[in-house]
Design a protein. Sequence first.
Lengths: 213, 92
Amino acid sequence: MTTQAMTAGRVPMPGMKVYNLKLGMWVFLLSEVMFFTGLIGSYIILRFAHPEHFANPGEVLNVNLTAINTFLLICSSVTMVKAYAAIQQGDQQGLKKWLLFTILMGASFVGVQVYEYIQLVGEGFVPMAELYAAGEAHGELIGGPLYGATFYTMTGFHGTHVSIGVGCLCFTYWRAAKGEYTADSLGGVEIMGLYWHFVDLVWIILFTIVYLI
Amino acid sequence: MSAGEAHKPPPYYAVWVGLLVLTIAEFFYAFVSTIPKVWIVIGLMAMAFLKALMVAVYYMHLKWEPKRLWLLAAAPIPLVMILIFVVLNEIF
């Protein structure tokens, strides 16, 4: 694809003054806001309506481990903007270096989350409400049925978003390795960055609501 | 941000430090037992929204976007507020 063809899609629309690809990503992210608000809203109403089905987060969850994971995701956001800043200056090596750091930290976040899930399930905090209903047959369970279901749904959907993001970052890195991004053609990096920062933003809210409150 | 648009370099590292400081503050504030629970919740949510705002404004470059995109980004806020208030209405 020629540079001219690639930049053609980045011409701002007269009405919005934002090129179509970015406008599309913003509209998608706004739909994601509503998606996660629905999940968080469900968690809030269930937690307040049925406090007996919810343990205190600090008693069940490994808040220290998740705080480290939050640190990783925040760091990955800064490496993502550094990747964008690098290609703005036409720095191909910088773009690849910062993208690689972002991929590594994103993948580490998912890895730590999987480890956390394994640990929690091992301790008896499970996502299926019917296991709690079955009781002793599945050993001693902790947390509460609604707590398990809402916790794994919210963090699971977020983890899925991060995993998809890591996949897309790998694709962006592959394109960067082929030299397809330049200072005049960096739409893909910018769009990828918007998605990645949104995932970070959602985690900031989720970490507070799910792990600290 | 429009490509090639000249503006002062964004304070990426300063924002990163701000996010880390707020995260650490949240972590310790959440477990202070001398403060009433309601103030813990209000404080934690205030810090979380401040962090989210920092990410949106500086890392998602909203600060340098046209005002119309700000309006678009703000579009779900009333819908979110309606949802939250309806949810709270169900509880209380």
